[in-house]
Design a protein around this ligand. Structure first.
Ligand code: ZN
Length: 185
């Protein structure tokens, strides 16, 4: 047993006194899924509190744009990875959505995905839940900038051209679901 496992085993045993839930990480303090490394962050902190800090340092618009661009990059890479696994076209989009559910981003329903427009609804958006983990009142602006970017990135990969996306409805604003529209540009 390595040093990490030795320390981790004690830590998980201590934590057992707090909860019966299975630990997300293994005894060495590492989360592995689909052959990759991950980290779990509480929605109390992520992404809302990082967005708040970025807003305080710059502006709400810059923070939103930063998260959107991050999502765009992730959406492109994730969708491309499914294509490299042999999931072509629409299947790559469906696997991207299924992966989002698998990792707790929310439950995603594709409403349409044509040659230049895609619309998706997100139930239980993690970004909207993060907002409400820090606020009692509804937001006056949509909160799901990461997912908006992911949709644009997925569109970019599917259409093989630049895309942009906007959030039309958001749970954080009181809607039943979030709705994002991506278009080719
Ligand atoms: Zn939203």
């Amino acid at each position: 047993m390595g040093k990490a496992e030795e320390i981790g085993k004690k830590a998980l045993k201590l934590y057992k006194s707090l909860t019966d839930e299975h630990s997300i990480a293994d005894e060495s303090g590492v989360i592995k899924r689909l052959g990759q490394d991950w980290v779990a962050l509480g929605l109390k902190y992520y992404p809302y509190q990082i967005m708040k800090l970025m807003s305080d340092i710059s502006s709400e618009e810059v923070a939103a744009e930063g998260m959107y661009q991050f999502g765009y990059k992730c959406g492109k890479e994730i969708c491309s990875r499914y294509i490299s696994l042999g999931k072509e076209g629409r299947a790559a989009i469906e696997f991207t959505c299924a992966g989002a559910t698998y990792f707790g981003w929310g439950a995603i329903e594709i409403i349409e995905f044509t040659e230049e427009r895609g619309v998706a609804r997100v139930y239980n958006s993690f970004e909207a839940r993060s907002y409400f983990a820090n606020n009692k009142r509804k937001s006056s602006v949509p909160q799901c900038n990461f997912f908006r970017g992911v949709m644009a990135g997925v569109g970019h990969t599917y259409w093989n051209r630049e895309a942009k996306a906007k959030e039309l409805k958001c749970i954080a604003m009181g809607d039943k679901y979030c709705e994002v529209e991506a278009v080719a540009v």
